[in-house]
Design a protein around this ligand. Structure first.
Ligand code: SF4
Length: 334
């Protein structure tokens, strides 16, 4: 594999004009970024590494990524990669999922502070205690975990789900009672869409939880024909205002395929940036909520990760194998 041809600062600046952020992507900053992008691309070849980046990453990270997608697409992509090293530009639980499914690869997370408020809202010991209590009341109970959970949590549940397959996987389980962790809003959404009895954990994503109906309605008043795309991690009163409730990759597909020209993208801001770059002929309005954890990954930390081969994700084999079972069961059911 050879490195891609170098990109100049001017080319990068021209590319990022669609984002309309001139104060961030200045000439000097684009020159600096172009030099780092070049070095990262060379180091990837030297280290036999691939970079997987989540949809919420910074636009400059897309420039060095081999694949950009949602958390599960990235984890699955990791399995088929010919490279031995994966640099995961996303948050900790996502890098763990990549390691769960590709244990023989070296999975690096450029900044170990890149956590997740949602994943952190459930502790595996508390979950086991709650599950055991509920099983006394509902012997048929199964525990379903959104993929936005740690490996230790995935290891103690019956099956994992994503935001796009949660409804269909839950519907296929041969239990009426479901303990759904950790996102209360996704749990509410699943409750509305299925015939099961959903018992919800009380976690949420601080980014989506901040978005209010008024944020949507104020845009709709000025642009009544705008298509509103909402992530199911949003509050129920926000989901009610959606034209479509979709995962991040579902939003990308919908925006590309729809005949509509204007969209309000109700999720973390990075996705709107991705759409502005990939679908320049359409207009995207942002919910303007940033995930501080996602934005901890920068070109500098990615470069350092490749230079020093850090920070490697390590998992206890028993935990990894149990977590893998929950993910594989999801693949079987979805
Ligand atoms: S956007 Fe929310 S769910 Fe995603 S990483 Fe950030 S805190 Fe976690």
């Amino acid at each position: 594999m050879t490195a891609t041809a170098a990109l100049s600062g001017d080319e990068l600046k021209a590319k990022f004009e669609a984002l309309d952020m001139p104060a961030i992507y200045t000439e000097g900053e684009c020159d600096r970024m172009a030099a780092m992008i070049d070095e990262i691309r060379h180091l990837k070849v030297e280290r036999n590494a691939a970079i997987l980046a989540h949809n919420y990453q910074r636009p400059e990270i897309y420039e060095v990524a081999d694949f950009v997608g949602d958390s599960l697409e990235l984890a699955r992509r990791g399995v088929d990669l010919e490279q031995e090293v994966i640099v995961f530009c996303g948050v900790h639980f996502m890098a763990e999922s990549a390691k769960i499914l590709a244990p023989d690869k070296t999975v690096l997370l450029p900044d170990m502070r890149a956590g997740c408020s949602l994943a952190d809202s459930v502790d595996p010991d508390e979950l086991v205690e709650r599950r055991d209590e509920l099983k006394k009341l509902y012997p048929d109970l199964q525990v379903v975990a959104y993929v936005n959970t740690t490996a230790a949590v995935k290891a103690v549940v019956d099956v994992c789900v994503t935001s796009s397959n949660a409804v269909s996987v839950v519907e296929k389980l041969d239990s009426q009672h479901i303990l759904f962790v950790p996102d209360e809003h996704l749990a509410n959404y699943v409750q509305k869409e299925t015939s099961k009895t959903i018992i919800s954990w009380n976690g949420n994503c601080y980014v989506h939880h901040q978005i209010t109906p008024e944020n949507i309605l104020s845009v709709k008043r000025g642009l009544p024909n705008i298509k509103v795309l909402v992530h199911p991690e949003c509050r129920a009163d926000v989901v009610e205002l959606a034209d479509a409730v979709l995962s991040t990759s579902g939003m990308v597909r919908y925006a590309k395929e729809s005949e509509a020209q204007e969209f309000l993208v109700v999720t973390e801001c990075g996705l709107s940036d991705k759409l502005l770059l990939e679908v320049p002929e359409k207009k995207f309005y942002k919910a303007c909520k940033l995930c501080q954890f996602m934005k901890m990954i920068t070109l500098e930390s990615t470069l350092d990760s490749l230079r020093h081969m850090r920070f490697a994700i390590e998992l206890d084999e028993e935990v990894r194998a149990a977590a893998e079972r929950s993910l594989l069961r999801m693949f079987e059911l979805s």
